[in-house]
Write a protein that binds this ligand. Structure first.
Ligand SMILES: *[C@@H]1O[C@H](CO)[C@@H](O)[C@H](O)[C@H]1NC(C)=O
Ligand SMILES: *[C@@H]1O[C@H](CO)[C@@H](O)[C@H](O)[C@H]1NC(C)=O
Ligand SMILES: *[C@@H]1O[C@H](CO)[C@@H](O)[C@H](O)[C@H]1NC(C)=O
Ligand SMILES: *[C@@H]1O[C@H](CO)[C@@H](O)[C@H](O)[C@H]1NC(C)=O
Length: 410
């Protein structure tokens, strides 16, 4: 009965997406503009940075397959001397470069690193709020959304890294990634090991590679129904991941959606619902601003790919099913990423209460890297959850000061 209920909810979730599409095409594509009020338009990452008193630059790079990605840069701090070092920050799924700035001056990792004398660059993966252009396609095209984090790791990330190295003239970058921002780093350095030399050090905040011990209720459901969701999504043409809020409420309702306006607004926001956050770490004053920037967009395929990881226990490429796998990969199962190719010094920062980065999975990841990872740092705050690394009140004290001192060691 429960399974039938879940199945119907998934159908409703996707049908809802379809209904929006139908109305949208009837209105000749104007619905998206109606939904985005004037109020929302002003909320750019540039505004977030200048409102905090910092200089900002915007750079576009075009990938080999035509996606136009936006990089945000804080070239220097306000009271610091340049160290000549370049930091690179890569956001998680459904997130963007705004994550590193949202806590504000003196707290956001981007601002802290700028004050440490770093030239700070922040990437944006294809499909998020700031990387939605393509030389030939629009976000209405199915083809635009035909990517997973494999393409972000093998195409977007090297394109952005090479552009930054070229612009700044440094030989290597100081990399901090959160969640999917760590996945794409492992994908890149295991697939193209020559990129290890372009990374002076990597700090992984809430690392994601192996996932079969994760505990997120919504992702569990998604992983159980990957084939159904994939089929429905392709049948209905829902290529961007936009689950409806009633569906989310139904799945995680009992746990988090209490009669409390703060948790209500968070539990119906798909990024919080999938990834998990802790009530104690949530700054209510920040919430209205935070929800202007999140969720920032991702493909359905990205989420399904993670669902496959949960189900299979492997860290490997997208599973198209036996027949299609034979066509793409020449074997029945997708090839695994060869983590032993990762030689850049990589530090894993994780916690026990993380819905997505389970302790067992993180430790397995470390053991599979070349000579293990450079270090494992487990946070002792037992409440710290997946999104608290970017939005949590204690992120600067618990996490960012560790990133800064690990960077300084190299
Ligand atoms: C970057 O690309 C976007 C989308 O194509 C465009 O609107 C924007 O003006 C570009 N910005 C810069 C600095 O080139
Ligand atoms: C864009 O379209 C042009 C003309 O059809 C084609 O030559 C080019 O390869 C396309 N570029 C990409 C990245 O798909
Ligand atoms: C998606 O991309 C793959 C190659 O990566 C291609 O074979 C497939 O036809 C594409 N599907 C769509 C719907 O564009
Ligand atoms: C909560 O956010 C507001 C607005 O950014 C900020 O002024 C305040 O200091 C934050 N509180 C804590 C405890 O971080």
């Amino acid at each position: 009965m429960k399974l039938l209920h879940v199945f119907l909810s998934i159908t409703i979730w996707y049908s809802y997406g379809l209904a929006i599409d139908v109305v949208d095409s009837a209105l000749d594509g104007t619905l998206n503009e109606i939904e985005l009020t004037d109020d929302d338009h002003g909320y750019t990452v540039e505004k977030l940075i200048t409102d905090n008193g910092y200089p900002v630059e915007t750079h576009n790079v075009t990938t080999s397959d035509g996606y136009i990605l936006t990089l945000h840069r804080i070239p220097h701090g306000l009271n610091s001397k340049s160290t000549g070092r370049v930091a690179y920050l890569q956001h998680g799924i459904l997130a963007s470069s705004s994550d590193w700035c949202i806590l504000g001056a003196g707290k956001g990792l981007a601002f802290l690193l700028a004050e440490e004398g770093y030239d700070v660059w922040m990437g944006n993966a294809r499909g998020n709020s700031w990387s939605r252009s393509h030389v030939n396609l629009t976000t209405d095209d199915t083809e635009f959304w035909n990517f997973s984090w494999h393409e972000i790791g093998t195409i977007d990330l090297p394109t952005m890294i090479d552009y930054i190295l070229d612009q700044t003239g440094v030989p290597s970058l100081y990399y901090a990634g959160h969640s999917q921002g760590t996945t794409v780093f492992y994908v890149l350095t295991s697939t193209y090991p020559e990129y290890n030399n372009k990374i002076a050090v990597q700090t992984s905040l809430a690392p994601i590679a192996y996932m079969n011990h994760m505990t997120s209720p919504l992702l569990k459901i998604i992983s159980y129904w990957t084939d159904t969701i994939e089929a429905l999504a392709s049948m209905l043409g829902i290529n961007e991941f936009l689950p409806n809020t009633d569906f989310i409420k139904f799945i995680i309702g009992d746990d988090l959606c209490k009669e409390d306006t703060v948790t209500m607004s968070l539990c119906t926001n798909c990024i919080f619902a999938i990834c998990g956050f802790s009530r104690a770490e949530m700054n209510e004053t920040l919430l209205p601003l935070l929800t202007k920037y999140s969720p920032a967009g991702a493909s359905t395929k990205q989420v399904i790919h993670y669902g496959q990881e949960v189900k299979s226990g492997y860290f490997r490429q997208y599973d198209y099913g036996i027949l299609e796998n034979m066509k793409y990969y020449g074997q029945m199962t997708p090839p695994s990423y060869d983590l032993s190719q990762i030689t850049a010094p990589t530090y894993l920062i994780y916690s026990k209460n993380d819905w997505l980065s389970a302790q067992t999975d993180v430790e397995k990841l470390c053991s599979h890297m070349s000579n293990g990872c450079a270090g494992k740092i487990i946070l002792t705050d037992f409440q710290f959850n997946h999104l608290d690394y970017t939005y949590g009140i204690d992120a600067p004290a618990l996490v960012y000061n560790k990133v800064i001192s690990l960077f300084a060691r190299h």
